[in-house]
Design a binder for this molecule. Structure first.
Ligand SMILES: CC(C)(COP(=O)(O)OP(=O)(O)OC[C@H]1O[C@@H](n2cnc3c(N)ncnc32)[C@H](O)[C@@H]1OP(=O)(O)O)[C@@H](O)C(=O)NCCC(=O)NCCS
Length: 249
């Protein structure tokens, strides 16, 4: 985690420092943006893009990309579905991409496709998110309204944090993980890559959730969860072993 030098800034006082408004969305300058996908996350993400643009980001949204031919030419929120992913081969210079597909494995695949074309990603953080200066947010992440990230929180690349989630001190979330609305991660919780957390799930301090694990809606995790396992209930217990992955939305 980058040392942001509280010591060096101490003369301004912690109170003042914490209140300094920080734009967490990237890039800071003007750019056009294309959203990959036209499903649930892609459409939900418009609420965050809209808020970020209203807060002053000089971004222009061009539209959505989706492999489903029947969607081409459709419009959502007045933005067109432009075509399939190959549309990116003729994307305007300087275009930034957001992967609007929630499934962690698909998200990883699509991000690799986009990166292979040499295109950069944008990072979208709702201006109402409460995040201290001691939070690190990877490229391609989205954080929805009403989330709180306290200190020494680290999100890997392309993490999705839906509305009203709480991530406490020293939480670490691996790349491509998907955190549904209302999830609570207590201090020092670690999610490895490609974890799916269902709506309203909670994890007690210090627990580790293995790569590709699926946690059911409303679960309370009180033990470490092995990679690839689906766990549900209070307390969360495995219902499907590794490899028994399921439809999640
Ligand atoms: C955990 C989950 C992914 C499992 O899906 P699935 O494989 O289709 O699960 P099944 O329906 O086969 O359920 C397996 C067992 O777990 C139980 N179960 C499933 N989800 C559960 C949950 N959230 N809490 C408690 N029990 C649950 C089922 O009742 C079933 O029990 P049984 O074997 O005794 O009948 C899914 O139920 C879930 O919770 N998804 C969360 C979706 C979500 O939050 N989406 C938000 C998008 S923003």
């Amino acid at each position: 985690m980058e040392n942001r030098g509280l010591g060096g800034r101490r003369r301004r006082g912690l109170r003042e420092l914490v209140r300094t408004p920080r734009a967490l969305s990237r890039p800071e300058g003007p750019c056009s943006i294309v959203i990959v996908g036209a499903g649930a996350l892609a459409r939900d993400s418009i609420s965050v893009f809209d808020a970020v643009c209203r807060a002053g980001a000089p971004w222009r949204l061009l539209g959505f990309l989706d492999e489903r031919e029947q969607l081409w030419g459709e419009r959502y929120f007045d933005l067109p579905v432009l075509g399939p992913l190959s549309w990116l081969d003729r994307a305007p210079a300087g275009a930034h991409i957001f992967i609007g597909v929630g499934d962690p494995a698909a998200r990883r695949r699509l991000a690799a496709d986009v990166a292979a074309r040499g295109l950069p990603f944008c990072t979208v953080v709702h201006p109402g998110v409460e995040a201290s200066p001691w939070v690190r947010i990877g490229t391609g992440c989205i954080i929805f309204a009403g989330c709180t990230l306290t200190v020494e929180v680290e999100l890997g690349e392309h993490v999705v944090v839906n509305p009203q989630c709480s991530l406490a001190h020293d939480v670490c979330v691996g790349a491509y993980s998907y955190i549904s609305p209302g999830v609570d991660l207590a201090g020092k919780v670690r999610l490895e890559e490609e974890v799916f957390m269902g709506t309203g799930a909670a994890v007690i301090p210090g627990r580790r959730i293995g790569r590709g694990a699926v946690i059911g809606a409303g679960a309370v995790v009180i033990d470490d969860i092995p990679p690839g396992v689906t766990a549900v209930g209070v307390p969360a217990r495995a219902v499907k072993p590794e490899g028994g992955r399921v439809e999640r939305s």
